[in-house]
Ligand binder design. Structure first.
Ligand code: F58
Length: 829
């Protein structure tokens, strides 16, 4: 018997995969004792959670090891998803869903006198991402495993994830996240696969034994990357893939040389400095800061990951020339784009491959996903900073650029303007490396994340690249995993699905179409409404718990949750709320439908206007919520600390989903999809994936307003004067005046001046231009909501037609169009 067979045999004997309730309970008590050192009677809820997590993880390990074994024996292509962010959210609930043991485990812990929901609430959320981009990575690895595709997620194990937001006197206050405080039962540290990463220093030329001129990098320091692995189980398949996050450690925990010189603090300092590398997630969305540590983080995790892939390739007896046959590496935005230069460095300097061979391997390996059109969000690194950290990589980028620009000159004879536009180096002022250009040139495929976004990429941001190699460009609309965003978040609705159409939908979301034939069934509609009301009651409980504000579950829940950003236009919703309030105050009999406005989201700590937008939301709440004249008609709530966990509670309780970005600015959006599949109707602009949601659910079941992206351009070209628009619209004008005169700031006319001045003088995101259309559309929403039967029907159709927005569909498209990978089914050992 081989060692593998032997250990598999022993595992069977010790009943590791068995899910019988009694053995599960026994294992739970054992874990409580052996990992937490507690008896059932004296343990805390945290202890129970830890013991349960370990017990579940043990059941998972068998699949995990079987998957690794199956992949080792296979030469099939593996996807490496490189992302600086993985916004995973808690694992326990999701794991129970994917293993199909949620009910059994609920029962088992129930028999021990514990409530599973309480225990699920104990898990600290790993907030290792800012927003959409990080959460997309998390949905994608769930789908990769579910589709049984060999894949590894590579990222950074930040010690502190996205900050914890509290609201103090109406303002956002950032608190350090400390998700690792009680330990992380899902990860396994793998020091045996640590990688040494070099940084800084200089390069020098030398002559090799065959008398060839070569370049050598003499780095200044070394940091060790230690991988921490977590299992990613697919939904009801044997596959459990790996998420491998790198943590930075010092080469030695103590520098004896320095120590022996008598510099104790210096010796320890080196360790501290190395470990700073993965201490914290940069909390900026959309505008990356050009901070040195951030470039170090990017290079660090990419270098570790490529090194790891080569280790795996070698382990399977593969040769470096076949790297691209073994790995399809996807760059989640430009944060890992330095990988293009790093792979070239490895191939050319370490393996001495000829340039053209190395370049062919590199471009066949990488694919690049762009997530933004905002010019300020495109990553650029100042040349001297880059040279200081990665001198050899900069040389390689120069060489890549030289060869690339030669091709450009051949393709566009005499067009030097185009050469400047395409160059990997921005030389318009201070010189920068343009990471999107590096990623585009170094990849065989480039994709946008929704149809409109991909079209605009081709027309705008990457137009010159498109002209040069149109075949590289793809569009793959984002999706979200229905396991977390339906099965886990909305159990009541899923129970109705199960009774009506079975439970195949969780793996094939298109099956939700079968609900359509119940859209006109009054009894079904009644149940549908009852479920929504239940979810709203739960959400109302959470709201009062977190904010102290009582809201009426019978009112319409009108929700906008996402990062706070000017382009997303939370303040457009605010203007509209103030107008409704104004209408009610002027005429107490005005027909204003009772609504509860729910906002949630974080502002980047350095983004003053976004923080002021939060202050404005809480300020209007402070006035409206306590005005007896509008009691029972309007409420405004700001839920602190939006996260995966709070999202799971908010989406199922929403009636109306606000997706009101200026057209052409939101690349895709994914919250819009979560709302739609949970039965909320959307009020939205023709932006990002809203367009496709509207297409799928039908324009009768979607509230559209505002300019299209083309109209936005036209309007700007024609010369846009927001003041003119505001003055011509009495309602909007009155609203602006109310804010300006200090109604929401106790007479302080300075507080919200930056927002008001922005609106009057620039209105970069054209709130004024879209205001009237938004306001009319909200009246249409009111009419629809009053007709309960109509609204319910629309809600059912939204869910029934949301199948396209499963991340399984997105991943299948990546697999077919970009990665060319096929599933590997995993036999349990
Ligand atoms: C988001 N980008 C897009 N960036 O804004 C959204 O439309 C899209 O649906 C989503 O990606 C997924 O494709 C986004 O979340 C970030 O958070 C980055 C974090 C690091 C700094 C730069 C922005």
């Amino acid at each position: 018997m081989s060692p593998t067979e032997l250990s598999a045999d022993l595992l069977h004997a010790s009943d590791r995969t068995s899910l019988s309730k009694d053995s599960f309970k026994r294992a739970f008590i054992d874990n409580l004792f052996y990992t937490q050192g507690k008896f059932l009677q004296v343990a805390t809820h945290k202890d129970y959670y830890q013991a349960l997590a370990y017990t579940v993880r043990d059941r998972l390990l068998y699949r995990w090891v079987s998957t690794a074994t199956a992949y080792t024996g296979q030469v099939s292509r593996t996807v490496s998803y490189l992302s600086a962010e993985f916004l995973m959210g808690p694992s326990l609930g999701n794991t129970l869903i994917n293993l199909g043991i949620l009910d059994e485990v609920r029962q088992a812990v129930g028999e021990l006198g514990l409530d599973l929901t309480d225990l699920l609430d104990q898990e600290a959320e790993p907030g290792l991402g800012n927003g959409g981009l990080g959460r997309l990575a998390a949905c994608f690895i769930d789908s990769l495993a579910t589709l049984e595709l060999p894949a590894l997620g590579y990222g950074i194990r930040y010690e502190h994830g996205i900050f914890y937001q509290t609201i103090v006197d109406g303002w956002q206050v950032e608190n350090t996240d400390n998700w690792l405080r009680y330990g992380n039962p899902w990860e396994i540290r793998r020091p045996e696969w640590s990688v040494e990463v070099k940084i800084g220093g200089f390069t020098e030329t030398y002559t090799d034994t065959e008398d060839r001129h070569r370049v050598r990098w003499v780095p200044a320091k070394t940091v060790v990357g230690v991988p921490f692995d977590s299992p990613i189980p697919g939904y009801r398949v044997n596959t459990a893939n790996t998420l491998r996050l790198w943590s930075a450690e010092a080469t030695q925990s103590f520098d004896f040389e320095v120590f022996n010189r008598g510099d104790y603090l210096g010796a320890v300092n080196k360790k501290v400095t190395s470990e700073n590398l993965t201490k914290i997630l940069y909390p900026n969305d959309e505008t990356p800061q050009g901070k040195e540590l951030r470039l170090e983080q990017q290079y660090f995790f990419v270098a570790c990951s490529l090194h790891d892939m080569i280790r795996i390739l070698k382990g399977q007896g593969g040769s470096i020339e076949r790297f691209h046959e073994k790995f399809a590496v996807q760059l989640n935005d430009t944060h890992p784009a330095i990988g293009v230069a790093e792979l070239m460095r490895i191939l050319v300097d370490d393996y001495l491959l000829p340039w053209n061979d190395a370049w062919s391997i590199t471009t066949q390996t990488f694919g690049y996903t762009n997530h933004t059109l905002l010019p300020e969000a495109l990553e650029r690194w100042p040349l001297d900073l880059f040279r200081r950290l990665l001198p050899r990589h900069l040389e390689l980028i120069f060489e890549i650029n030289e060869r690339f620009l030669h091709d450009v000159r051949v393709a566009f004879l005499g067009d030097e303007a185009r050469v400047r536009a395409l160059s990997l180096i921005d030389e318009t002022g201070e010189r920068y490396v343009r990471m999107a250009h590096l990623a585009t040139v170094g990849s065989h495929a480039v994709n946008g994340v929704a149809t409109l976004h991909s079209d605009l990429l081709k027309k705008d941001v990457l137009a010159d690249f498109y002209a040069l190699s149109p075949q590289k460009f793809h569009s793959i609309t984002n999706g979200v995993t229905p396991r977390r965003w339906l099965a886990l978040a909305n159990p009541r609705l899923c129970e109705l699905f199960r009774e009506t159409i079975g439970d195949g939908w969780a793996k094939e979301l298109d099956q939700l179409r079968r609900l359509e034939r119940h859209a006109d069934d009054a009894a079904f509609a009644e149940r549908w409404r009852a479920i929504k009301l239940d979810n709203k009651r739960q959400l109302a409980d959470l709201i009062v718990q977190r904010t102290g504000i009582e809201v009426d579950p019978e009112s319409m829940f009108d929700v906008q949750v996402k990062r706070i950003h000017e382009y997303k236009r939370q303040h457009l919703a605010v203007l509209q709320i103030i107008a409704m309030y104004h209408r009610l105050k002027s005429d107490p009999n005005a027909e204003v439908l009772p609504r509860t406005f729910i906002f949630s989201g974080k502002a980047a700590p350095g983004y003053a206007i976004a923080k002021l937008m939060i202050r404005l939301i809480t300020a209007i709440g402070d006035v409206i919520n306590y005005d007896p004249e509008v009691r029972g008609r309007l409420k405004v709530v700001f839920m602190p600390n939006f996260s995966v966990t709070t999202g799971q509670r908010i989406y199922p309780g929403a009636d109306l989903s606000e997706q009101i970005s200026l057209a052409g600015k939101e690349a895709s959006g994914t919250g819009n999809m979560k709302f739609a599949m949970n039965g909320a109707l959307t009020i939205g602009t023709m932006d990002g994936a809203n367009i496709e949601i509207c297409e799928e659910v039908g324009s009768d079941n979607f509230f559209t307003f505002g300019m299209t992206a083309a109209q936005v351009e036209e309007r700007r070209r024609a010369g846009y004067d927001p003041r003119e628009v505001i003055e011509a619209n009495p309602e909007l004008h009155a609203v602006v005046e109310l804010i300006r005169n200090g109604l929401f700031s106790r007479g302080d006319t300075e507080l919200f001046k930056p927002i008001i001045d922005g609106l009057l003088w620039h209105d970069t995101y054209m709130l004024a231009a879209d205001y009237a259309s938004y306001s009319d559309c909200q009246l249409e929403v009111d009419r629809a909501y009053r007709d309960t039967a109509r609204w319910t029907r629309m809600s059912i159709l939204n869910v029934a037609r949301s199948g396209k927005f499963s991340s399984d569909r997105s991943i299948q498209e990546y697999a077919d169009k970009i990665w060319k990978v096929t599933p590997v089914s995993v036999p349990l050992l």
